[in-house]
Design a protein around this ligand. Structure first.
Ligand code: NAD
Length: 234
């Protein structure tokens, strides 16, 4: 493996922008690759508000399967490297598109979860959000009588503007942006790294292969996220 073109130790304000590829080494399928869940399940039946309004129990049965699958997986070396950099550099921000909670299970704090979390529920009537790690999730109804829904940004949902703002602030101020395991095609999340490019940060893309946004990055590291991150941390 060639030496890493940059090292984390030379930067103070690092943003890690992570996607499904980071968790693939933990056994969680990516969105698009082989075994991707949307090849097997149609999102219109399982992952949008319309599906939930039609049949909340069917949507919860599906999310209970995802909860069971993710809880059987453990964070990998890539998650651990990111958590240890955050612990040693106060200026680190983790912005993830993942909903699996593996950053937190590796010890990371205060993760900006752009697409929500499998491990929170939100009352579909009053909007109250609360953590919930039960598998299967129970009870499915809030005390008010309405169903809870997963606090996930489903297809056709809007992102929480507070998360977008936090990501924008971190990307404006960072001196190093490291994108890890994201295909860069899910918008608006995919647009965010450009902010760091515009503000002059050093930029690194870690992926198994080129993506449609690779040309934005000064350094393109090709290989497994866990190995590339360990190299950058050395
Ligand atoms: P994606 O599936 O579109 O792309 C994954 C990318 O990771 C690909 O470019 C692939 O080449 C790369 N990759 C795969 N294995 C890798 C490895 N070991 N090391 C480095 N790179 C690797 O994922 P995305 O860009 O995150 O977009 C998917 C959307 O689906 C997101 O919105 C996310 O919320 C959701 N999703 C989340 C999870 C999760 O929480 N773990 C899993 C699947 C999908």
């Amino acid at each position: 493996m060639p030496p890493a073109p940059v090292r984390f130790r030379d930067f103070e304000r690092i943003v890690f922008f992570t996607g499904a590829g980071l968790s693939s080494e933990s056994g969680i399928p990516t969105y698009r690759g082989t075994g991707g869940i949307w090849k097997e399940y149609d999102y219109e039946d399982y992952a949008c508000q319309r599906a939930f309004d039609r049949d909340p129990d069917k949507v919860w049965d599906f999310h209970d399967k995802r909860r069971a699958a993710v809880s059987a997986c453990a964070p990998n070396e890539g998650h651990r490297v990111i958590a240890s950099i955050q612990a040693s550099k106060a200026g680190t921000t983790i912005v993830t598109q993942n909903i699996d909670g593996l950053h937190q299970r590796a010890g990371a704090r205060d993760v900006v979860e752009l697409h929500g979390s499998l491990w929170r529920v939100r009352c579909d009537a009053d909007g109250i959000v609360r953590p919930d790690t039960s598998v299967p999730m129970a009870p499915r109804r809030c005390a008010c009588g309405a169903f809870f829904r997963p606090d996930i940004v489903w297809f056709e949902d809007a992102l929480d503007p507070r998360n977008i703002r936090r990501a924008q602030e971190a990307l404006t101020a960072c001196d190093l942006l490291v994108s890890v395991g994201t295909s860069g095609v899910v918008y608006p999340a995919a647009d965010l790294p450009r902010i760091a490019v515009m503000h002059g940060a050093v930029t690194v893309e870690v992926n198994l292969e080129d993506t449609p946004v690779s040309h934005f990055y000064q350094h393109r590291l090709r290989g497994k996220a866990s190995e590339m991150l360990a190299e950058l941390a050395s």
